[in-house]
Design a protein around this ligand. Sequence first.
Ligand code: B3K
Ligand code: ZN
Length: 844
Amino acid sequence: PQPVYLADYTPPPFLVDAVHLTFRLHPEKTRVLSRIEFRPTPGVPASRLFLHGENLHLIDAKIDGTAITPEITDEGLTTDAPDAPFTFEAEVEIDPAANTALEGLYLSNGMFCTQCEAEGFRKITYYPDRPDVMGVFTVRIEGDQPVMLSNGNPVARGDGWAEWHDPWPKPAYLFALVAGDLVAQSDRFTTRSGREVDLNIWVRPGDEDKCAFGMAALRKSMTWDEEVYGREYDLDIFNIVAVDDFNMGAMENKGLNIFNSSCVLSTSETATDDNFERIEAIIAHEYFHNWTGNRITCRDWFQLCLKEGLTVFRDAEFTADMRSAPVKRISDVIALRARQFREDAGPLAHPVRPESFIEINNFYTATVYEKGAELIGMLKRLVGDEGYARAVDLYFTRHDGQACTIEDWLAAFEDATGRDLAQFKRWYSEAGTPRLRVTESFNNSTYTLHFEQETPPTPGQPEKHPRVIPIAVGLLGPNGDEVVPTRVLEMTGTRQSFSFDGLAARPVPSILRDFSAPVIVERETTNAERAFLLAHDTDPFNKWEAGRALARETLLAMIRDGAAPDPAYLDAVHTMLRDDTLDPAFRALALGLPGEDELAQTLFGLGETPDPQAIWEAREALDITRADAMQGTLDALYAAHQVTAPYRPDPDQAGARALANAVLGLITRRDGGARALAQYDAADNMTLQLAALGCLLRAGKGADVSDAFYRQWRHDRLVLDKWFGLQILSADPAEAAETAARLTEHPDFTLRNPNRFRAVLGALAAVPAGFHHASGRGYRLMADMLIALDPLNPQTAARMCAAFETWRRYDPARQEMIRTQIDRILAAPGASRDTIEMLGRIRD
Ligand code: B3K
Ligand code: ZN
């Protein structure tokens, strides 16, 4: 397969004014009739008409009423067309029941549904399937399903048919259709300007009681977007549908969002506090896309971060407003480092705006999404809140109804604020995580910070250039008082110094407050200074960061030479835990240790070869030491953070449970599971039940409870996914791969459901000492399962290939084993282009 290049972009030769689609639904033989009003694009040279189409059986086609015989290839159809407006009509037949890739029109538990982003519409009918072609869709659905939905507003319905019209021009990737035996939980919302909107969450009968929280989240999102961004909803109806078989989290189809049921359904008995927070964030994310993505879309798929980075940034702001801003920021940075920094440091590194791809589905990455969101955060910091608001308003007014580029986005900022963003643009075009080295000097009451930035080479980009980096800094005096409040230093050169005058004593710097840029700070410092910042920093992010760095240094010493845990760390974390002025959720985060993968990445970055088993053992040893050293405090904290009020998934209760559960993990190290068992037996919600089960499994005492859990929940797919995953996440590393292998033989395991596949294989990839076990069993199992899944569902298989992206960190024996497995997958008959592209890039 040939790559597509950003540099090769040309405008479409034909535009679409209107599309009429009729679906005659049938599981194996669905007929799709299309009537498309085309017109030549003004100013673009005349050419033949090319329409994308894959796996379609063409029944007939006409132009302006006359039958044509187009040329057909695997990619689409070509025909002569008039150099004037014309109507194209076609009838095709497709087979939804055979569609295991879950892209295009497919069946999930007997329900018809679609997924078109990025290039799935071409599996439904012949069409210019590119985001810069926007048309007004009218859709008629014929079938015997009780509920038949499409985009926009309902027009009419009768026995066996329904018609929908979407007045907003949209690209084909936002098309959606759902038909099945569904029931709705409904509500109403009145927009700021008085539009009455019907809200529905459609689910399978039996799931009605799982919609209330999602509905509340939707209402909050609608209000927030009006209040904070001045954006209102623009149709009479907003539908959400829960689907069990779905390749990702959710999809923002115009007026008809389709959700993986795991990202919308919840009850306190079946969803954890983390699930609730994620559901609220994803509902917000998809809703916010209505403006950032749908009303203003992307010119081409290279501009994906235009909608994704911005929408992730918006949903993060929303969560920060609804919940605790520091806790949200810290959690996001933990995830960014775990996924995006890892990606940026390996063979899959790519710019936030990539310049070429083979399969665009492989670029829905942490870099495009999460680093893309960090870029928006930096922009906001550079131009200020008020400048940001003006620039975003200008972007909305200037580009409403258009398909845009990053250049359009940045021009709105330049025009609204007068700032030159030429250097900022490098953040979009150059991959890799900059390293920011910091040294300091102090004399005659002047304190100077010296910065040096360097970005390591990434695939295809040997040379890097200095970027503009907003570095938020504050200074603390020796007694812990803040002597210089937060100031944003703008670094633009490779080396740059910034001075602070009038200081009575040498201060302690708090650098990169609130994680003001996605960089790695390198600075020589002491554990005493880290403990000082953990105790005194006024910036919650850097307070947490100081504790994190202390834990990391302690662990690195333990990993390298079997050192005992540093008492300075134990004292500091103990003091922090006892500080009742600190939010319990913050304390839970500060009690967390750097993950095994993060430690491996750190060691590799320092030129060392990580040993996954040694890393696992060090974390275990540190936990045992912490459990002994803080015994009394842990008991007291556990007792003090029992929630007695009825369950609510709000931040206060969730924070208390998070701290109690984190503490329970340590208590279990001493009591062997007595308290965990008591918690399990008493639990009336999934957050407490699941955490207790995890503790028991880790303590080797979980077998009976795990069986009971399975019997209790075997009919709830989403809870069963947790049960599958937890057994692997809690297993001893020597047994993780066997546990996963055994679970792939379980009667409830299936390759047809991406959630189930990810529950097992994603969990295996998430336990480094198990996945990278010296036996190679983890690698072999992963390869076996990828070979089995790839022919059915390339998208989900290709995404899981990233489990291998870190292979160059490891010793030659492991590298050799991984290479063997990669080659085995590549050699499998029918390997998909998705997977071939991913493994090809990883192997290079
Ligand atoms: N835009 C979709 C993702 C589509 C993924 C296609 N492989 C969900 C989202 O980001 O909101
Ligand atoms: Zn999105």
